[in-house]
Write a protein that binds this ligand. Structure first.
Ligand SMILES: O=C(O)c1cccc(C(=O)CC[C@H]2O[C@@H](n3cnc4c(=O)[nH]cnc43)[C@H](O)[C@@H]2O)c1
Length: 239
């Protein structure tokens, strides 16, 4: 199966590549795509540093999906992966989170009575659900916690915002900035999606000293080493 792994930035992409023995970042073949470039590993794995934020992540992922479809080599799965913020205490720094719901946290309207998601306004989508059986298999293989991963265009920087998000989304375990964009592109192509986040920092008051990006990147490499055989053997018909 042809798998696309979309990260935000190259350091995350290269952390994923290090999970493939003998085919680390230096072994990847660069494949140009409109506005971006794929890093192609053996066995059907394509890695994409899609960009930070939902818009660029969606655009880059859509470019890769479209090119693959036009080449009659469509992807069987898209994985949004990278570092993310964790909602304490359920997703501590260093833990892994796999999304059973990929939810846009700020797609809607602010009203005098609070936030309304676009779905309450009668249009659009705010949540994508990965295949439940695959989520269970990934969680079992990696030890990842399963719950909602929120996508936003702004990194939460206060305890008040973190509490507001958790009140709106009680199953939220992590926050990031690309998953919903990647999921929208995958949905447009009818391709299933996963989101896997390695927690680099707590969601809440901005404290750069609390970020553990290096540890999270190592956890990402370890996770892909464990989940690669799960993804390879997954049968899309057993959703
Ligand atoms: O505010 C800062 O000083 C700061 C320091 C390091 C990184 C950032 C980012 O904006 C990283 C955004 C990037 O990483 C993902 N990410 C990681 N943690 C979070 C989070 O708590 N909330 C949202 N996104 C997060 C995200 O997917 C981006 O790709 C800021």
């Amino acid at each position: 199966m042809h798998i696309l792994v979309a990260t935000a930035v190259p350091v995350e992409r290269d952390a994923v590549a290090r999970a493939f023995p003998g085919t680390g970042p230096e072994a990847a073949v660069e494949v140009p795509r409109p506005g971006t470039v794929l890093h192609r590993l053996p066995d059907g794995w394509d890695l994409l540093a899609a960009g930070v934020g939902p818009a660029l992540a969606a655009a880059s992922t859509a470019a890769a999906l479209t090119a693959a479809a036009l080449d009659s080599a469509p992807y069987g799965l898209v994985v949004s992966a990278g570092i993310g913020g964790g909602f304490a205490p359920d997703a501590p720094v260093g833990s892994l989170v796999v999304a059973d719901e990929i939810t846009a946290a700020d797609l809607g309207a602010e009203t005098a009575d609070g936030f309304l998601p676009v779905t309450d306004l009668g249009f659009g989508t705010v949540t994508h659900r990965p295949p439940a059986g695959l989520v269970r298999a990934v969680a079992a293989a990696t030890g990842a916690r399963t719950g909602t991963v929120l996508t936003g265009s702004t990194v939460t920087g206060t305890a008040e915002r973190a509490a507001l998000l958790r009140a709106r989304h009680p199953r939220a375990l992590a926050e990031a900035m690309e998953g919903f964009g990647v999921a929208e592109a995958a949905a447009a192509h009818g391709v299933p999606v996963l989101e896997l986040r390695a927690v680099s920092n707590p969601v809440g008051p901005r404290d750069r000293a609390a970020w553990r990006i290096g540890d999270a990147l190592t956890a990402l490499t370890d996770a892909f080493g464990k989940l690669a055989p799960v993804l390879r053997s997954w049968n899309p018909h057993e959703r």
